[in-house]
Design a protein around this ligand. Structure first.
Ligand SMILES: NC(=O)c1ccc[n+]([C@@H]2O[C@H](COP(=O)([O-])OP(=O)(O)OC[C@H]3O[C@@H](n4cnc5c(N)ncnc54)[C@H](O)[C@@H]3O)[C@@H](O)[C@H]2O)c1
Length: 147
């Protein structure tokens, strides 16, 4: 997870965050979305609702009504740029997860899992207000601690 700023430390009252969950309509993403809403954060989901997982484009069960659902592909620069606008943090879960597909269609596997991740990072880097924390140790500015 990319977390640009730590809030609520030192006993201070926690400020709600707006958090983007890519692939947030999936198994893990829905659980994360429920947890975020339960603790008072705003959750936005970017998910292409792939047929192999969802069967239809209907809003998935188990995704709270409070969650903003954007149907879009992690490989699409415009959709991703729109999804990262204004968010405080990103949990990146959108992925081609099928081992069989990775063997029969490695090009798509690479495009979604590697290309999609790069598209996301690029959209964050290009934000008018890039949310990256400045740090003398750049590799540490991409925090991976769980929410
Ligand atoms: N489920 C587990 O036990 C587990 C364990 C370890 C790691 N993970 C990882 O967590 C992530 C999510 O796993 P999951 O089990 O929730 O999978 P999932 O298949 O249930 O969810 C993935 C979501 O990504 C979406 N998606 C797929 N391609 C997309 C694209 N091109 N653009 C936008 N959205 C797209 C799908 O529609 C789906 O909703 C994956 O990276 C997976 O490898 C899962």
């Amino acid at each position: 997870m990319y977390r640009p700023a730590r809030v609520g430390s030192g006993g201070a009252r926690r400020v709600p965050q707006t958090i983007l969950i890519t692939g947030g309509a999936g198994f893990v993403g829905r659980a994360v979305a429920r947890a975020l809403v339960a603790r008072g954060d705003r959750a936005r989901v970017l998910d292409s609702l792939i047929e192999q997982v969802h069967g239809s484009r209907a809003r998935p069960e188990g995704l709270p009504d409070a969650v903003e659902l954007r149907t879009g592909d992690i490989r699409g620069g415009r959709a991703v740029a729109g999804a990262v606008a204004g968010v405080d943090a990103v949990i990146h879960l959108a992925a081609q997860v099928a081992v069989t597909t990775s063997l029969t269609d490695p090009v798509t596997d690479f495009a979604v899992n590697l290309g999609g991740t790069l598209t996301l990072l690029e959209a964050l880097r290009r934000r008018a207000d890039p949310p990256f924390r400045s740090s003398p140790r750049p590799t540490r500015s991409m925090a991976t601690s769980p929410t």
